[in-house]
Design a protein around this ligand. Structure first.
Ligand code: CA
Ligand code: CA
Length: 285
């Protein structure tokens, strides 16, 4: 396949304040959760900083889920499903080596959960889906350019997949409040949690695209993201799913409440692969 662009947008790769949780992990150390200060994340200090210290920097969808209950009194992981604090999974070296490599674009491998025997017929909420990917040194797919989106759309069409989770996430959790550049949230507040790349404004054709990947209709017959479920049960639609013609609208992006259970597409995570490579000398990933 043709080599893709690096998938990041001009202007860099903004980091999201509450996206950083450290899980301190050592033989005698219980898992401890503290937040990473924005100043640390902005300096670009990543996994290398913690190499040898048995400390992993973990991207925090979990904190997001737990903290996203203010304002509407609901958690994003379900209107009637208050799961306790949840964390992102650590990559597992053996699983990273044996991760499913169903297809490739550029230097990233991908797989669809429905084609893997252990996941066949199963669905997962957004965070559980991320964690399944992450154990393989992958994350939910981050669709950062038109070529990658076309690849996902064609896969969904060819195999008649009803919907999938992506890593797309609304920055509506603790730490996002002071980011005026994310307002209004439904236009500027979306990012790919798998890479922490900002998603371009939702109300126009993204740069580098020839079409707007967000659906122009949905439950409320208005363009996505529409946060429609909030009107029904006060649960925010904070996660990004690609739906296959659910609203007679073709295959398009939709904001969906994160507790819904769906199959998913995983994509190689450079961050997790680099971490495992740096801590397992000679490993072949
Ligand atoms: Ca990608
Ligand atoms: Ca929606």
């Amino acid at each position: 396949m043709q080599k893709r662009a690096d998938g990041r947008f001009p202007g860099g790769n903004p980091l999201y304040p509450a996206e950083g949780i450290k899980l301190k992990h050592g033989p005698e150390t219980p898992l401890v959760c503290t937040s990473v200060s924005p100043s640390v994340t902005r300096t670009g200090l990543g996994l290398k900083m913690f190499r040898g210290l048995l400390v992993l920097v973990i991207v925090a969808g979990a904190l997001a889920d737990v903290s996203n209950n203010k304002g509407n009194g609901q958690r994003t992981n379900g209107p009637n499903n208050n799961k306790p604090g949840r964390f992102l999974s650590l990559p597992v070296a053996e699983k990273c080596v044996q991760r499913p490599k169903q297809w490739r674009l550029g230097n990233h491998h991908y797989f669809y959960s429905g084609n893997i025997s252990r996941f066949a017929g199963k669905k997962f909420d957004w965070l559980d889906a991320r964690n399944e990917c992450r154990e393989f040194c992958m994350d939910l797919v981050s669709i950062e350019n038109e070529q990658e989106n076309n690849m996902v759309l064609q896969f969904i069409q060819r195999y008649d997949v009803p919907y999938i989770w992506t890593s797309g996430r609304l920055c509506d959790f603790k730490g996002c409040e002071d980011r005026k550049d994310l307002l209004p949230l439904n236009v500027f507040g979306w990012f790919w949690s798998g890479t922490r790349a900002k998603i371009q404004p939702t109300n126009r054709v993204p740069q580098g695209f020839s079409y707007n990947p967000w659906s122009q209709t949905g439950h409320k017959k208005t363009p996505q993201p529409d946060n429609a479920e909030y009107d029904i049960n006060q649960t925010t639609e904070s996660c990004l799913s690609v739906l296959n013609n659910v609203y007679n609208d073709g295959i398009n992006w939709h904001d969906v409440a994160c507790y819904h259970e769906k199959p998913f597409i995983c994509e190689d995570s450079d961050e997790l692969l680099n971490y495992i490579a740096s801590t397992n000398r000679g490993i072949r990933l």
